[in-house]
Design a protein around this ligand. Sequence first.
Ligand code: ARG
Length: 614
Amino acid sequence: MHMACYFRRSIASKLSRALGRSEDAFISALCAIPVSKKQQSPDFRLSVNTLLRNGILPTNGDLQAQTEALASQLKQDSVVEEIFAGRGVIHFRVSRNLLVQKVLEQLCQERHKFGVKSELFDGLKKGTTVVEFSSPNIAKKFHAGHLRSTIIGNFIANLKESLGNNVIRVNYLGDWGMQFGLLGAGFQLFGCQEKLKKNPLQHLFDVYVQVNKEAENNEVIGQAAREFFRRLEQQEHQALLLWKQFREITVEEYQQVYKRLGVHFDIYSGESFHQQQAQEVVQQLQRRGLLKTTEKGTGVVDLSSAGDMSSYSTVLRSDGTSLYITRDLAAAIDRKERYNFDEMIYVTDKSQGIHFQQLFQILLAMGHSWAERCQHVPFGLVQGMKTRLGEVVFLEDVLDEARARMLRNMSQSKTTKEMVYPEDTAEKVGISALIVQVNKFDPTLKNMTYQPNILFFKLTYLLYETKDKQMDFKGPLGSDYKFDWDRILQAQGDTGVFLQYTHARLCSLIHRYGDREEGAFDPSLLLDQRSISILQHLLRYDEVLYQSVQDLQPKHLVNFLMTLSHLAASAHRELPVKGSPQAVAQARLRLFSGVCTVLANGMKILGITPVEKM
Ligand code: ARG
């Protein structure tokens, strides 16, 4: 049994005896308490309100009186050594010896499965989860929003996977639309196959910049673009060939960047895949009597409850072509047929909230009840990411810069000088700095402490949009915030680098003195406050994963790992291994080794590759 569960069970059995309900009724009302500096602080807490809500206690009594009465009914024993009432809650402190022993034994047995086998997850259905994320638009900018989707989606996929789901990672590329008309027309005017072979993305980008500039003053360009797109829609061979080439080049480039970020996809699909199917969806809507034709000749689905078109969604243009939502309908149905998923999660910025709401609503109206298990996970828009004219930054350049700066920071240390591939370490640490940043200066994020994120990032990939250019000159966004390399790359403070640094230090300690993961140790040598705090904190790990999988927010896990790293850093200072009696050294190493394991597990879920040296 999982150790947190061992203690929870033990407390639940007392409650079960006192109140005559099954133990299970109490498990979810119990939670591990965040560590505090106080000596002998309790480990678990029971919310009496939850018992009232669940109908276990009568709701007519005085809450505090009920709490105290219940607390006095529960008897302590050798596992639960102290029980006392607080305000509407009952506190439980478990035996220190058992705490040390159970947690460390569990770690030793489960290692990278630590926490994920907890009975808290028994009620969650394990199945096939489709996570759709990143989904940039080819031949348009890969902006910070896509990067956020990449990082958050990867986290969700990792989390679901670690909890035993079969996860399918889908990248749904925006690979169809007018932008290809412009690029295609541009390529016919300014393109060069030789340059395209040599430096594909740069060349495509140059062409895109040039054709956009031309299009501003030259009507003919716009016509050529529309003409090229029409040829594409009609599946004309030559046009399709060029489109295919652009798509392939871009996907290859993306794949390299994803690889550096440690992200992979099982499927690269895209809007272009569902052109035909979208037409079938329209026919299905028609057959079901859901399609209405407006005066303008567009096809719409009425989504209002009163049937008065106060809310509707357009699924067909007057010229008979499909729209973004039509392709999404087709894609969702196709995925259900292919993968028979139990749930599907879409990760995009919140501006698409209504789009997904309508998508799910139409699917339901079409009789696809599985749409109930589709979910949109939105995130806030990234501000200040617009670039000034000419100031184009490729995502790859950002990664290069993170690596170069990290390498410079590391170059002073002895460990770096001994490394065979310091660039490799610098790359991993640099990327973790991008993934976990703390932005204390952002007023809109007041209630959010840590958010694995790219915030306020001056970043553009294949960007050139006339609109953006103007906005940037006029709008206030540009001056909002300066992305600060020095701040995100520091090893102190709550950064991704700090997590890496703590992990590397623990690894080196373990290497130097040998891994004492196995074998006997004396729990009574770990009863000091620092060790106990760490173990109490580890008791919460399964709950933190549970919270994360409930709301799919990374902040619970990031917060947990930051606290763990702080606790570990102070223990590392105050609880030396070197020079301690052998039995003490052994017990401490066992503790550090456990912390190291949990830290690495959690970092991997966040999408960070832990380094062993830095
Ligand atoms: N390509 C879209 C964009 O960049 C995101 C796609 C989101 N996924 C979806 N199934 N609609 O805005």
